[in-house]
Design a protein around this ligand. Structure first.
Ligand code: FEO
Length: 396
């Protein structure tokens, strides 16, 4: 349902209740998502972003509830990823006189996606377009999270539309942060940050500094996914500053897979050792764990312990994807350890340690191997490994 955010400023997006895996690389979206587009009706009319292609007709219907789409003067494409630009060709059929406003890198990505002879205008940070009583102010935000990403700010209404930044994959019947369950909201906001934005944390801190230095009054932050921050809108900016510093809590996550329960017994003994030192630990059995939820847990924790038996001189296949995710996400300030049972050759622990070191996760204990099923001696060693990790957490 179309919603007025401020006089003449409308949410015209769509809520996608059914999506459970997002755009190809399988970001899990347990609570659905939304594609937020905003229509600004002033002396000129601007549409900020569009929606994913399957919802293009709904977008046009939403716009029609307010104005004839042919009256649109500017279509701002803050980012070319298709959940926000997928409807552009459809919109442009209905808004043929519109200028497509993009960042400098956005010109390349939007043209590259659609190969259309639209009237483009490239903008850079500080550029303004007057639409009557208000102006659109543009702030390039490269790597938040693509090189083409851009924020659009609307003067007078004091609304920042930062596209993916500050968003959440969270479908609700409401549109504003003060209307929804705060725990759910922050779970989704953190999952979004941990899984998508972590590698760009240093750039995020700089971008927020730059944004604050512009001293733009912000009454609302309206991202392109999830709810709009209207109550204390800067709370999410402060949270991003906190998350971008990557100062994990004093806790551990233990990821493992097991063939004949040997590595499971090790994982549980390690957890018991960690708990003996008063440090919380979570055990995540990878075959039944959602990878993106696991990443969020890793983001929060100081220590990551990874366990796998040896299979064909390597790891069980459920363990490898998360190690590859860790490489790409470049988590900072983590410590780690490896463990696993084996029958014949026993390479798994060494391989895990190599992965952790490649991810710049400091390995704080010897690799912990148990041949066949762990007995009392091996389980005591696991508890000792847990205690050592817990002490390293407390000392960090
Ligand atoms: Fe929501 Fe980068 O797309």
């Amino acid at each position: 349902m179309v919603t007025e955010l401020s006089k003449g400023v409308y949410w015209v997006g769509v809520v996608d209740w059914g999506i459970r895996h997002f755009h190809g690389y399988e970001l899990s979206t347990h609570r659905g998502s939304s594609y937020n587009a905003y229509l600004i009706v002033d002396e000129k009319i601007a549409l900020i972003d569009s929606v994913w292609t399957p919802f293009q007709e709904q977008l046009i219907e939403n716009i029609r509830q307010i104005i004839d789409p042919a009256k649109i003067d500017f279509v701002i494409a803050n980012h070319a990823e298709m959940d926000h630009s997928g409807s552009l060709p459809y919109v442009m059929q209905y808004a043929p006189k519109a200028t497509v406003v993009v960042s400098r890198r956005g010109r390349e990505s939007v043209e590259g996606h659609y190969h259309q002879p639209w009237n483009f205008k490239s903008v850079q940070t500080g550029d303004r377009i007057s639409i009557g009583k208000s102006e659109l102010v543009f702030i390039e935000a490269p790597m938040l999270h693509w090189p083409d990403s851009m924020f659009t700010y609307l003067t007078n209404h004091n609304i920042l539309m930062p596209n993916d930044a500050f968003g959440q994959h969270y479908a609700t019947v409401f549109h504003f942060n003060d209307e929804v369950n705060q725990e759910e909201l922050y779970e989704e906001a953190l999952k979004y940050y941990a899984n998508i934005l972590t590698p760009f944390s240093i750039l995020i801190l700089k971008k927020i500094e730059e944004l604050l230095s512009l001293k733009l009054p912000v009454d609302m932050i309206a991202p392109s996914h999830g709810i709009i921050w209207r109550k204390d809108p800067m709370q999410i900016v402060k949270k991003y500053q906190e998350w971008a510093k990557q100062t994990p809590e004093n806790s551990a996550v233990i990821l493992y897979d097991t063939m004949w329960e040997g590595t499971r017994k090790m994982a549980e003994a390690i957890a018991a050792g960690i708990a003996e030192e008063g440090v919380p630990a979570k055990l995540l059995y990878m075959p039944v764990s959602d990878r993106n939820d696991v990443i969020t847990e890793i983001f929060k924790a100081k220590a990551i312990l990874v366990g796998s038996p040896t299979l064909n001189n390597g790891l069980l296949p459920t363990i490898l994807p998360i190690l590859e995710d860790l490489r790409g996400l470049k988590f900072q300030n983590k410590i780690g350890a490896a463990f696993g049972s084996y029958g014949w050759s026993g390479e798994s622990v060494k391989i895990i340690q190599e992965h952790l070191e490649r991810c710049k996760i400091k390995v704080v204990t010897e690799g912990n191997l148990a041949k066949w099923q762990p007995g009392e001696e091996e389980l005591a060693r696991c508890r000792e490994q847990g205690r050592m990790v817990a002490k390293a957490i407390k000392a960090s």
